[in-house]
Design a protein around this ligand. Sequence first.
Ligand SMILES: Cc1cc2nc3c(=O)[nH]c(=O)nc-3n(C[C@H](O)[C@H](O)[C@H](O)COP(=O)(O)OP(=O)(O)OC[C@H]3O[C@@H](n4cnc5c(N)ncnc54)[C@H](O)[C@@H]3O)c2cc1C
Length: 455
Amino acid sequence: MKTVCIVGGGIAGLSAAWRLQQIRPDVQVTLLEASERVGGKLRTERICAPEGDYVCEAGAESFVRRTPDLWRMVCELGLDGAADAAHDAVGMHLVKNGVTHPVPTSPAAFLKTPLLSLRGKLRMMSEPFRAARCDGADESMAKFVTRRFGREALDELLGPIFGGIYNADPEVQSVLAVLPSLHEAERVHGSVVRGMLRKSARDASSALPASPTPRGAFAFSGGVDVFVDALRARLTCDVRTNAPVLGLRAGERITARLRDEEMTVDAVILATSASVAAKLTAEISADASERLAQIRQQPIGTVVLAWRTADVPLDRCMRGVVIPRRERRRIDAVLFASHKRPSCAPAGYTLLRVFFGGADASMPALAESPLLQAIRDELRDLFGITAPPLHAHLNCWQDGFVNATVGHHRRVEKIAKLLPSAIRRTGASYHGVGVADCVREAQQCVDQWIASDAF
Ligand SMILES: Cc1cc2nc3c(=O)[nH]c(=O)nc-3n(C[C@H](O)[C@H](O)[C@H](O)COP(=O)(O)OP(=O)(O)OC[C@H]3O[C@@H](n4cnc5c(N)ncnc54)[C@H](O)[C@@H]3O)c2cc1C
């Protein structure tokens, strides 16, 4: 019987275990998770207060259906009824010179938006007529957006949106890693706009009632823990928490060193961040380990804050606000959680999620009291919120978002060649940070291992 050890019980590790259980139940799987719970960045926290319960997500909260593997897994677990539409693009706003403006989502709104000058809009509209670059080479997100849509679009609209989503600097971020569908649209259709229009026409025709993958983003109204708990409960393999792997050795088989024992297996699937994988592979390949360490992670913090709705002067149509770095504020984005999902706060109360760590890298290192004060100052200036919050809950992810810089894919391919084929890597550090990307890639990682000579 083949044995495999999965290191890391985030969504990547759990998905790899699920895939193995489904297609090769004869493989003996041990999943080792360092912390006291599985789920990694999928974690729900509940604030139980006299006025009622708040359901807060500490990490990911809404998920795309366009990569079908995640949605398929949700259905396999019987949770499709627990998922609600997330409508992420609706009600998104951008701050410009201290004022919030809706992000245009229709041609008419685009023509009217004050986020861009007439010249900037005309330049954006000329995108389908611009010469295309079809060599498939990587470049920075900033260069790509400027080449296709113009500098103003980068500075005022697309840069802030994409930079906000990935908490990253567009000047260094790899377009191939971060916006592969836009890059592909240019390569195949000669224009991003043309490619996206064709894709949405295709999606519309495939979203017939019989389609297994309906469109649009979704969230779990009861919290993402519902999904993690269901997945954990259905896994039949040996899942161990509080079980950090401290190092790996390669001989004829692979040996994982734990706190009190060693485990020798036929293969290891590393489903941790690249920085952890760098440490674990140091004894096996110094070269691979060094390259893994070059894939850096940006710390990101979130705070959930609750108020009486009467105390916060907010437009209920606002679902989220991205604050571009050029505004020189100390926070990066605000999600109006209870505007998006009213069930996450008691009736008459409002729940916001504030993201920080990108524009002001010193924020995650602040002590709780000055940090909360800095966030309250920003919310007062931007939204006129002066009342103290009733509840505040902080989370800081040191390995928050991967900084996939230009050349990221080539770096990842090289790492794969430097490690024995019995050591596989998966997770947000490699081929996309979104949960749907992590699920897809973990399942592919399993399929490739099974199809390889190492199996
Ligand atoms: C604040 C925030 C908001 C986000 N929002 C969204 C969103 O709305 N939608 C979306 O699609 N994505 C979102 N993301 C991104 C997404 O949540 C992550 O990219 C994804 O969950 C990462 O999954 P993973 O399994 O690769 O890594 P992780 O979730 O980081 O899991 C890795 C696991 O490995 C464990 N581990 C580490 N070292 C060891 C060791 N030595 N031995 C054993 N185990 C170890 C860790 O404890 C952890 O549980 C968000 C991320 C953050 C930080």
